[in-house]
Design a protein. Sequence first.
Lengths: 768, 401
Amino acid sequence: MALLCACGIFAQAQTGSIRGTILDKTGEPAIGLMVKIQDLALGAATNHAGAFVIENVTAGKHILLVTGIGFQSLQHTIHIETGKEAVVSLTVESSSTELEEVMVVGRSEVQETNRQAYNVTAVDAKQLYNTTLDLAGALDRVAGVRVRESGGVGSSFNLSLNGFSGNHVRFFIDGIPMDGFGSSFQINNIPINSADRIEVYKGVVPISLASDALGGAINIITNDRYRNYVDVSYSYGSFNTHRSVINAAATSERGLQVQLSAYQNYSDNDYKVKVDAADIWTGAYTPGAWVRRFHDVYHNEALIAQVGVVKKKYADKLLLGITLGRNYKEIQTGARMVSVFGKWHRRGDVVTPTFKYRKQDLIKGLDVTLNANYNLGSEQNIDTMNVRYDWYGNSKPNGTSGERSRSLYKYKNNTGVATAMASYRINDRQSIAMSDVFNTFNRKGSDVLNPDATNPPSKTQKNVLGLSYAYSKEDAFGITLISKFITQKNVVAAQEARATTDKIGYGIVGTYFFSTSLQVKASYELTNRMPEAQEIFGDVENFEGNPSLLPEQSDNINVGLAYTFAADANNKFLLNANGVYRYSRNFIYNRLNNNQSKLIPDNREGVRTYGGDAELRYSHKRLISAGVTMTYQYLQNMQKIEPGYTGVSPVYLDQMPNIPYLFGNADVSVSLRDLGAKGNNMSIGYNMLYVHAFYLYWPSRGSDKLDIPEQLSHDVNIVYSLKQGRYNVGLEARNVTDALLYDNFSLQKPGRGFYVNVRAFFHKTSNN
Amino acid sequence: MNIKTTLAALFVAVTFAVSCSDDDNAPANPGNFILAVTPAASTGVADYLLTASSLDTGSVSTAENGVEQDGTYRYYVTHNNKFFSMLYGQGNPGAVTAYDIQAGALNKLTNFQTETVQSFAPVNNDLLLVKIARNLATPTSSWYKVSTESLTITSEGTMNTLDITGDLGELAHFTWIKQVGDKVYAPYQTIKDRSFNTDYPDQAWIAVFNYADMSLDKVIEDNRTSFIGRYFMDGLSIAENGDIYAFSPSAATTGGALSSTKHSAITRIKSGTTEFDEYYFDVEDASGGNNITSWLYVGNNNYIVHSQAKSERTSFPSGRRVAVVNVINKTYDIVSGLPAFDDIASLTTNNYTPKDGRTGYIGVNLKDGTGYVYKIDVTTKTATQGLKVDGGTLTAIQHLD
């Protein structure tokens, strides 16, 4: 560890002061470190620039103690002269922090996040960098979260969080809503390496993520830890799956920064499925036939380039950028696997200019963030073959209306988002924040095959204004009050322009630390959610729009508990438990349309949810880390009267169908350090996913019923890292037992697959 | 460790608390009647097939009872003593499940796949299915013959349903199909768009096909009524002597509005002929303005009909009034004994009769969510409440031996 000390001189009486900067080995500011003066009750924390100031230090010789999570602690002797300011510059060595150490010794950003008053779980993405997971795969391992995908790479997904799913849960990247990013840029095709960590908010969502989430939000924090680095990875695996990712940044000494991120996914998704395959000519089924998917190629490519300045007086970060992407997706089935397609596909591109601005302490205590982006990209739905396919890939003429509906419909959604956020720290304990998010969507398109078709106006605009006030005392308690005001304006088919809808919501969150190792959290919120553009207008594929959808509103109560404890020095535990109660009015859920061909969103007058999730983690030294999560959620239909009837509905108080309600996962990993050579590590991991069987239709009706059977899958992986993680090779086997895994309305997911991943990571140590 | 034990116990408790309910699949009311019921939870739900030993008494419910059908928008037909449950899935292949009854319980014979069609009917030992074009630019309609023995599609073919209407320039859209001797009669409405509008609202047609190859034999026309039957509704009926009776609900639309100037009426094709004869029963005149939207032939020239009053007319009519019609006497008599008109949500159109010339059973769904099978006696023109159905809307009443 390199130490460097310089002294400056200033005039003062009796005491002196210390001003310093602490950097890590890469030359990046070491943020959030505690700097204390031994034997004196004085200290300070480093700010975002790694700087700190300690005043009123009695003259003489002192020892500075620097401690912080992720870094080895450091002692530094310093001499203070009366009336003078001592200036120090220190470099701290990162400790190869392991979860179990972090847990007890201190807090990484990940755990710092977990200690907020909000009920939030942060997933440390860095620990998954050498896997082939995408963000969705990482989220699926979080307690309370279930990601349901309709197939392999590139398929549509639906994330459920404590009983809320679909658009009840909002997605953000660095606080920017992902609503309008297009199909090339979603959590199931963004590689894990793009993220630093993923924050999962259950229940009340902070005002900085101003949106009309009904039941939580996911915020993906991208990696800007290093100012100069290159991270390259490539993976190859079953079903001809290729994924590559390049992330890089270069920053000049004058603060000019270029960030580049490029990635690519390709898969044939030609995994085998077990279906009742009908002969296209006779209609006879072969029950339980194993057939290979034959029309499910997916690929997307994206390039994100950003140029700007960092660490200027007027901006910590000011970046202009563009996201360019395109995707190609073949559509193998409809909403159910009985409908098979052989040529229908979709193409899309993304052209999104972006703007990002962030400044902390614009005036002292005032932080400002501005973001904006607009997607100029287009999508095209291509269905031109007048045939019908069977599961064997045979086709026969089928009239003249295409496979689903003859189309070359090309459209632009014209989505745009602008966000503004300001927060002000009144003093150590109080802060206020205000945010505003504006979304716009205006689908325009035409179809050369149906030139006369009238394309009704499809426009929606939404604004969310948020306010919050927080009062907290570190490691003791915290309380936050929030309020949100939402306005939506829709212009829908043929009908007159809808009257603007306004909704107001509010909430309170609190946390209390019984000790540093035991924290409780509780929140209440009255929250509103407007229908999303896709819910109103559909996705032109297997998701049908519902222009008459009503906004939903929910009373949410969350309580949570986090407890860390150690059996002895080598055996440590972490326990998280959450309970939820929700009562949602006009609950929006997806059901099959009458023809079973598409999904369509619909309102239930009332849905009540009780649930809970728990996570227990255990570690033994640095060798073994293991965990288990379990989630139970009971969603109950509270709609007493069905439209057109006066009596009590037969499904009143029934459990909501086709929603997983008991699921969990377990994982174990073993780390072998300095294997082969010093600095080379191997980790062997195992992950199990369990989902209890659930009914496709209302549970109380019928005795001979259709269900989605119990699912149990096992993944194993081995990662070998050389030279402190500079080079990495990973091997993964997913769904080792080749279990049948199903999802939305019994769509089948991939069987056993093997993947290899190589990754290289370089970063430059700055010399300032 | 204590806490570990506690946690383990907690997980086990949760797992048990949510474990599955019983798997008892025996029907609650075994018997040879089959009732199709849709839980009233709006749309996109499953239908349930229930059995009952009698339509006159007792009750059945979908609560933990019944064979779940994958999806609603299902149609049911019995033929060759088999019960067919057919999914209407626009753009999807039509899944069909065939059942028979064993010891009072439904016994699944097989699943097979057909096309989503707009007309199907028993012909000989087959089910004939027709998928009908709705786009003037693409007037090819397809037919399929499904053997009820092998339960597979045995042959298929196409026809141009624009050509059938000659120079009208509109598509022939079969309202339904029916076997008559070795022919297939397909009464049709002419349509010029997907909303079923026509410029010819005052005329009736029946296309006659040779069953063997489904070639067009002739078109029977009549200008005394609007088109016969309606979308998914059989407007033809064959009496014991072979005479064919046809009803028209007078439901044609032009520009989205009802446009026929012809009364709802019954007409006839005498046995052995292929032309309408002079028979004409003006239902509206006989009933004071009511039409016929659906009928059930109970034998001996007696029909149980569903009707709408003049003020209730719609383009896709589903009457909620019940009457008895005798086609020989040309009488129309409202049935008494049914629940108040305002309490009725819907009537079933897929109904059962023993064909004794006297009785028929129809399902009456009430707005309070309960449903009953009513026994209609055509001689006394009265309805008697029978089997009660809980937990859904009755959509079909059928019987297998």
